[in-house]
Design a protein around this ligand. Sequence first.
Ligand code: GUE
Ligand code: MG
Length: 283
Amino acid sequence: MTAQLIDGLALSRLWRTRLTERVAALRARGVQPGLAVILVGDDPASQVYVRNKVKACHEVGIHSVLETHPADLSEDALLARVRALNTDPAIHGILVQLPLPRHLDAHRVIETIAPEKDVDGFHVANAGALMVGQPGFWPCTPHGCMKMLEHIGVDLRGKHAVVIGRSNIVGKPMALMLLQANATVTICHSATADLAHHTRQADVIVAAVGRPRMLTADMVKPGAIVIDVGINRDANGKLCGDVDFDAVREVAGWITPVPGGVGPMTITMLLANTVDAAERATA
Ligand SMILES: Nc1nc(=O)c2c([nH]1)NC[C@@H]1CN(c3ccc(C(=O)N[C@@H](CCC(=O)O)C(=O)O)cc3)C=[N+]21
Ligand SMILES: [Mg+2]
């Protein structure tokens, strides 16, 4: 059995077409959705990601402002920039690219973003809203994973979902979203005693570990849905996920590729959150 591919690029194209229409409707009533992206320092990977986000905004008609700051920017100066954007009526979404240089407290910076402009969904107000099932911005990566699961038409009710990873950005919100969809959810992490024991029982596996090809074929139940959140470089410098794709695709029922899977959907959900923010701000 060879798994069916969940194509994040194709699904992104579909979503971005619909978002383009919503942006056009906003513009017809004089509202141009705006996203501010703040990049501190010159990490080459972050520069690539940020450029992709700006490009994606352009694609759907979102106005984007890219602010780049030197790596030695003071925390006070960064917080002042965030506060200025909080009150800027042309800006509906604010994203501070992570990771930040070590002297900056990411938590403090994120908590300074107005929750209604926190299109990353990282502010405690948005994390809390997800936790209690109230409206708010959902973090883009797990949200994109949910849209991929919806797209293939799987009913998650009563399914066993295993999330590997417990970060605030991916693992924890992913588990809450799956729970909200009535899955039975297990969260595994670096201290889990027998990871394969859990993953072998899973109908859905979300791998968000950051370790190249760590999910191997023997850890996957035949027919399972496998979502790969990892973006790693292997020993040869090749981009790869947390899933041993070539082997796991022979066991799984559905699988997301890297690249072309969760990554593009993450950016698409950022665009969707920004359009939502503009609609809510001007309703
Ligand atoms: N405040 C903040 N919000 C983020 O959402 C955020 C962040 N900081 N810091 C870094 C991570 C990483 N991230 C990615 C998004 C898309 C791709 C993506 O589109 N990847 C392509 C491949 C890109 C490549 O070739 O390297 C793909 O998977 O097909 C990757 C990584 C968002 N992040
Ligand atoms: Mg994680």
